[in-house]
Design a protein around this ligand. Structure first.
Ligand SMILES: NC(=O)c1ccc[n+]([C@@H]2O[C@H](COP(=O)([O-])OP(=O)(O)OC[C@H]3O[C@@H](n4cnc5c(N)ncnc54)[C@H](O)[C@@H]3O)[C@@H](O)[C@H]2O)c1
Length: 399
C-alpha cells in the first residue's frame, strides 16, 4: 500500500475471508469443541517469505510431531529442542515430547523461568546453548511451547542458530494465539528497552491448541482479549460484535478471525513498511503506559487503555461518531479491561516520545473513523500531544 506525504496508509478492511476453513484431516480421538461436537481443526494459510499454516483446534499438542514433519516437507533430520517455561512446561511438555518422539524426532528439552525477564540476552544464550548441546543442525527443529515470551525468545534463537533452523510455534496463551505466534516477529529485550534485538523469521507451522486456554490464568485471558478488541476496532465490526458474548464458548471462531486479520495484514506488509502499522492501534499510548508503570501493567491491558484513549481523541476531533468511545469502553469493561489510565497527559506524551516507532519529529498513529475502520497517519509531535490530551481529558483513570 502506498503512502502519500501526510503518510495516509490503509483504511477499513474486511477480515476472515480466505482462511482455509475446516481441515480435512482425520480427527480420531479429538476432544469435543465448545459446542460439544467433534470437529477437525481450522487452518489459516499465511503466504509470506515462508508460507505456513496456522492450525486452530483441540488436541493439537498430541499431534505436534506428525504435523511438524508434514509442515517441513521431509526436511527435518530428527534433531529437536523443545523450549518452554516453568508454568507451561509441567502442564504440556511431556505430551509434546511424546508426540515428537512418536514422529521419529529426538526432542531435548529446556525449561526457563516464566515471565518477561526471561526474554533477554541470557535467556537467548541458554536457548542457543541448549540447541548446540542437543546437536541441532540446520535441519533441526525448535519447538516454542508457551506464550509470547517463549515464542519471541525461542523464535529469535531459531532465526539465529546456524543462521536459521526449523521452527514450530505452539502457542498456549491467548495473546500468542491471536497475535505473537503469527507474522514472524521474534525478539528479545535489552535493559534499554523491549524487543530491541530481533528478526523477522516466519515459522514452519503454528499450532493453537484451544484446550490449553483451559489452564491459562484469568488475568492472561483478559490480557489477550485486549488484543482481540484491538482487531475488532481496527478492522472487523463483526468480530467486535462477537465480543458482547463470553469468549470461552466461541474460541474457535474468535482465534481464527484474529489470525485471519493478522494474516491479511502480514501478507500485505511483512516487514511493517505501512499496512502492518495498523496493528499498532492503541500501542503508542499503550507503550507509554507500560513504560510509566515500570512494566507492571501487562501489554494487553495497556493496549486496551491506549485504544480507549485514542477513541476519545478521535471522537473529540470529529473523526468518528460520538458513541464510538462508549461502545469500545463497554466491551473493554465486560472483559475486565481498563478504559484509561491514571497518568497525566504530559507524562504519557513524554513517555511516548521514546517509542521506537517514532520517526524523527513525527510518529505514525492509528486513528479510528468507525468500529472496523482505521487509518495510519503520520503526525507531528504537537499532533501527538493534542491526541493524548484530548484522549485523557475525560479519562476514567481505571489503570
Ligand atoms: N512477536 C509478536 O508479534 C508479538 C506481539 C505481541 C506481543 N509479543 C510479546 O509477547 C509477550 C507477551 O506474551 P504473553 O502474554 O503470552 O506472555 P507470557 O508468555 O509471559 O505468558 C503469560 C503467562 O501465562 C503463562 N501461560 C501461558 N500459557 C499458559 C497455559 N496454557 N496455561 C497456564 N499458563 C500459561 C505463562 O507461563 C506466563 O506466566 C511479550 O514479550 C510481548 O512483547 C510479541
Amino acid at each position: 500500500m502506498s503512502r502519500d506525504g501526510e503518510g495516509l496508509v490503509g483504511g477499513g478492511m474486511s477480515a476472515g475471508a480466505g482462511s482455509g476453513g475446516p481441515e480435512g484431516l482425520a480427527a480420531s480421538g479429538r476432544p469435543c469443541d465448545d459446542a460439544g461436537q467433534r470437529r477437525a481443526p481450522r487452518v489459516v494459510r499465511v503466504e509470506a517469505s515462508r508460507s505456513y499454516d496456522v492450525v486452530i483446534g483441540r488436541g493439537l499438542l498430541d499431534e505436534a510431531g506428525e504435523r511438524a514433519r508434514r509442515a517441513a516437507g521431509g526436511a527435518l533430520d530428527g534433531s529437536c529442542l523443545v523450549v518452554s517455561d516453568d508454568n507451561v512446561g509441567p502442564l504440556y511438555a511431556g505430551r509434546v515430547r511424546d508426540a515428537l518422539s512418536r514422529a521419529g524426532l529426538s526432542p531435548s528439552y529446556l525449561e526457563l523461568p516464566a515471565g518477561e525477564p526471561t526474554k533477554c540476552m541470557d535467556g537467548f544464550a541458554r536457548v542457543v546453548g541448549a540447541a548446540a548441546d542437543a546437536g541441532l543442525t540446520r535441519a533441526g527443529l525448535v519447538v516454542a511451547l508457551g506464550g509470547g515470551v517463549v515464542g519471541d525468545l525461542a523464535g529469535f534463537a531459531a532465526a539465529s542458530y546456524m543462521r536459521g533452523c526449523h521452527l514450530v510455534q505452539m502457542a498456549t496463551s491467548l495473546l500468542a494465539m491471536v497475535d505473537s505466534s503469527v507474522g514472524g516477529k521474534t525478539a528479545i529485550d535489552l535493559p534499554q528497552g523491549k524487543n530491541l534485538v530481533g528478526a523477522f523469521y516466519q515459522p514452519d507451522l503454528v499450532l493453537c491448541d484451544l484446550d490449553a486456554l483451559g489452564t491459562l490464568p484469568p488475568e492472561f485471558i483478559s490480557d489477550g482479549t485486549g488484543e482481540v478488541v484491538k482487531y475488532g476496532v481496527m478492522g472487523d465490526p463483526e468480530l467486535f460484535d462477537w465480543l458482547s458474548e463470553p469468549l470461552p464458548g466461541q474460541w474457535e471462531r474468535v482465534v481464527e478471525r484474529c489470525v485471519s486479520i493478522k494474516r491479511d495484514v502480514v501478507q500485505a506488509d511483512e516487514r511493517e513498511a505501512g499496512e502492518r502499522k495498523r496493528l499498532n492501534l492503541g500501542h503508542t499510548v499503550g507503550h507509554a503506559i507500560e513504560k510509566l508503570s515500570g512494566f507492571s501493567v501487562p501489554h494487553g491491558h495497556a493496549v486496551a487503555a491506549g485504544t480507549s484513549i485514542m477513541a476519545r481523541a478521535c471522537a473529540s476531533l470529529g473523526l468518528c461518531a460520538a458513541d464510538v468511545p462508549g461502545r469500545i469502553d463497554d466491551v473493554l469493561r465486560a472483559h475486565g479491561l481498563p478504559t484509561g489510565c491514571r497518568y497525566a497527559a504530559a507524562d504519557l506524551y513524554e513517555a511516548a516520545l521514546s517509542d521506537k516507532k517514532r520517526v524523527g519529529d513525527s510518529v505514525d498513529v492509528v486513528l479510528i473513523h468507525a468500529i472496523g475502520f482505521t487509518e495510519v497517519r503520520r503526525v507531528g509531535l504537537d499532533g501527538l500531544r493534542d491526541l493524548i490530551e484530548r484522549g485523557v481529558a475525560e479519562d476514567g483513570g481505571s489503570l
